[in-house]
Design a binder for this molecule. Structure first.
Ligand code: NAD
Length: 512
């Protein structure tokens, strides 16, 4: 256990949490999962996993909590969520420190993630007075028609390691104002921040008499994960993670005719047109490609640059890449922390080897990045130029590491086709000063970017919570966070009221 982690847990009164074991036992215990630091590669704590009995107990408590919570009027539910947001506000730095210790995010990005939680709580509070349904004119005299949105049930949330706090919050804060309880199954790469976040929310909910509104189950994908997605008591499974995981969740949930909300992998491209502000584009691309050590679903993985400016842009990018400080994510000035584990480093190395074998040229980076005094999973942010024919099959895959593949184009339609020519469809962007080119990229005919997110003159990552977040194709089609994403957490009911005193059938049918 690092000093910073102990301090953060202590400030949250979590040192004695029954799930947390700070002195890791020497002998293997099947009921425990070891958490390792990406910065040192060494174990920092262990967490206690669920077994069949504790899983059942948690689900039972969540169902009971839902039945009670749904009776609370939505604006009052909003007050509870407001108090939860305040709790996260108070403990933003401590929670950020846990994220840094556990997944290696640099301090400012880790705190930024907690800020997302605070923001979505604020958003949800406003929403608690705006869960609007429509009224429709009835075709029958003396009839009224309306639809209403009703609580759905306990919502199952599966989160990825790379946003171990915000992904839960996007789901949990909306679900809570919608009248749902939440059962969270976090990644075993980031269980400590899950324990901390869930406990904070649970403490606040308890103050209002709803102690089991937020619950947690933890265990392997094979045992607890599979049980969770097959569980009919969870009418909605909101799952964030790889496309491989999403295919499995989609299959199991649809088999039981449940609902799934899938937020899966991305393979995001930035198009840089010939008239772009190259300084602005370069700054945006560096953040989007290198930030979080390339471990965001929205990380820019492909650069599609106009052939007339590609060399100039690459010169700027290369210079920036060489000056980026790699190191301890908790230290001021570090911009790139470690990858999450040794497997991620292997994936990085394999992708680079494949790119070289396929004719790609490494322009910058390309190997591990030893950091003095640290034994963690550090790699160099890498730029690889595709061969002149733009054929580089490895770039079609999402490698969760800071690798940017560079392609060139002459015609904007080719650039858009290239950007769309992958299986994933999460985020995209274009840099141009030409409004016509920007609108072509956003074409209302749907012939522009095929992604769920399409930006102009900013990078692919760093979305605000106010918009609906998610992607198309293999990214899963789900939408979370802002706009009308809340509808996924409720069920719609259409109500027709006959106040005419006579029975009249729709479509003019007579049945005397
Ligand atoms: P992962 O797919 O390995 O794991 C994600 C979660 O799914 C974990 O909690 C894991 O335990 C769980 N899981 C896996 N198999 C399961 C099963 N059979 N049943 C139940 N749960 C199961 O992903 P990861 O490595 O943690 O995260 C990185 C991936 O997540 C990347 O592909 C990234 O693009 C994606 N991601 C997407 C978004 C988005 O909003 N689109 C956001 C963050 C991350």
């Amino acid at each position: 256990m690092t000093h910073a982690l102990r301090e953060a847990l202590s400030s949250l009164s979590l040192i004695d949490h029954p799930r947390l074991i700070l002195n890791i036992p020497a002998s293997q215990d099947k009921g425990l999962s070891i958490v390792s630091s990406p910065t040192t590669g060494r174990p920092i704590a262990a967490v206690r996993l669920d077994d069949e009995r504790s899983y059942e107990e948690t689900l039972g408590r969540s169902v009971a909590a839902f039945r009670k919570w749904r009776e609370v009027p939505a604006p009052i539910r909003g007050q509870v969520v407001r108090a939860i947001g305040d709790e996260f506000r108070t403990h933003k730095d401590a929670l950020g420190a846990i994220i840094t210790a556990e997944v290696g995010k640099i301090t400012s990005e880790a705190r930024g993630e907690v800020q997302e939680t605070i923001d979505i709580a604020d958003f949800a509070v406003g929403l608690s007075r705006q869960l609007y349904g429509l009224t429709m004119p009835s075709e029958r005299p003396g009839h009224a028609m309306r639809e209403q949105w009703l609580p759905l049930g306990p919502v199952g949330v599966i989160s990825a390691f790379n946003f171990p706090n915000a992904v839960w919050a996007w789901n949990a804060m909306l679900a809570a104002v919608c009248g749902d309880s939440v059962v969270w199954k976090p990644s075993l790469l980031a269980p400590i921040i899950a324990i901390a976040s869930n406990t904070l929310a649970q403490r606040v909910a308890s103050r209002f008499g709803h102690e089991d509104l937020f619950t947690l189950v933890m265990g392997s994908d094979q045992v607890i994960g599979e049980r969770f997605i097959a569980d009919k008591r969870l009418p909605l499974i909101s799952a964030t993670g790889s496309c491989r995981m999403g295919r499995r969740v989609g299959e199991v949930v649809s088999k039981r005719l449940g609902r799934s909300l899938l937020e899966l992998g991305g393979n995001n491209a930035a198009i840089v047109h010939e008239d772009a502000d190259l300084d602005l584009a370069a700054r945006a691309i560096v953040f989007a490609a290198v930030g979080t050590c390339g471990q965001r679903c929205t990380t820019t993985r492909r650069l599609i640059a106009h052939e007339s400016i590609v060399d100039q842009l690459l010169a700027k990018l290369t210079k920036a890449y060489q000056s980026v400080k790699i190191g301890d994510p908790a230290q001021d000035g570090t911009l790139v922390g470690p990858l999450v584990n040794a497997r991620a480093v292997e994936g990085f190395e394999q992708a680079i080897a494949a790119a070289k074998q396929q004719g790609g040229t490494v322009l910058v980076g390309g190997s591990r990045a030893p950091v003095t005094g640290l034994t963690g999973h550090f790699v160099q942010p890498t730029i690889i130029r595709a061969p002149a024919n733009n054929q580089l099959p490895i770039a079609r895959e999402e490698t969760f590491a800071p690798i940017l593949y560079v392609f060139t184009y002459r015609d904007i339609d080719d650039a858009i086709a290239m950007q769309n020519g992958v299986d994933q469809g999460l985020s995209s962007c274009i840099f141009t000063r030409d409004a016509g080119i920007a609108e072509r990229f956003l074409s209302p005919a749907g012939s522009g970017s095929d992604c769920g997110i399409a930006n102009v003159n900013l990078g692919t990552s760093g979305a605000e919570i106010g918009g609906a977040f998610g992607g198309e194709k293999d990214t899963g089609g789900g939408r979370e966070s802002g706009s009308d994403s809340w509808k996924a957490y409720m069920r719609r009911q259409t109500c027709t009221i006959n106040f005419s005193g006579k029975l009249e059938l729709a479509q003019g049918i007579k049945f005397e």
